[in-house]
Design a protein around this ligand. Structure first.
Ligand code: DQA
Length: 147
């Protein structure tokens, strides 16, 4: 299937951004590794990162035209603010897994609420960059069961 990896604001700084919280792996490392793993599982992975809410919404809409079967998304801080991103994901009817590098529940209160979690297929958090691979495996399992 065609899969889409979305990363939200400030995740382009991964590797140098608060490494004690987010680790030292760069976003390019994560994207390259995940594309390789997706291909090994027989999928094609598109990747997109933006610091702009509307650009992420537009990319979600485009995913429907591209017949994307599953979205993996780390929405960054938009997790805690964006009804627009929630509505976009619901609007295209594409299942998605929400990913966070850090354990948001061990952090500030404002990170405890997500506008996406209750409509996500699942949520993976606190496991660092490995969370992306785990999400891919889960998406693969779901897609295999459906086809
Ligand atoms: C994050 C957690 C968010 O609260 C934060 O705003 C981020 C990254 C994570 O991956 O742990 O930008 O989504």
């Amino acid at each position: 299937s065609h899969l889409l990896l979305l990363n939200g604001p400030n995740l382009n700084l991964l590797g140098t951004r608060e490494p004690e919280v987010y680790g030292s792996t760069t976003l390019a490392d994560i994207e390259t590794q995940l594309a390789r793993e997706a291909q090994a599982l027989g999928h094609q992975l598109s990747v997109f990162q933006s610091n702009h809410e509307g650009a992420l919404v537009d990319r979600v809409h485009r995913a429907r035209d591209e017949k994307v079967g599953f979205i993996l998304i780390n929405p960054g801080a938009y997790t805690h603010t964006s009804i627009a991103l929630r509505d976009a994901l619901l609007g295209v009817c594409i299942p998605f897994i929400e990913i966070h590098l850090s354990n948001v529940h061990a952090r500030e209160r404002f990170r405890h609420h997500s506008y996406l979690s209750d409509v996500a297929a699942g949520v993976i958090l606190g496991l660092g960059a490995q969370g992306y691979s785990l999400a891919l495996q889960a998406a693969h399992a779901r897609l295999s069961n459906n086809t």
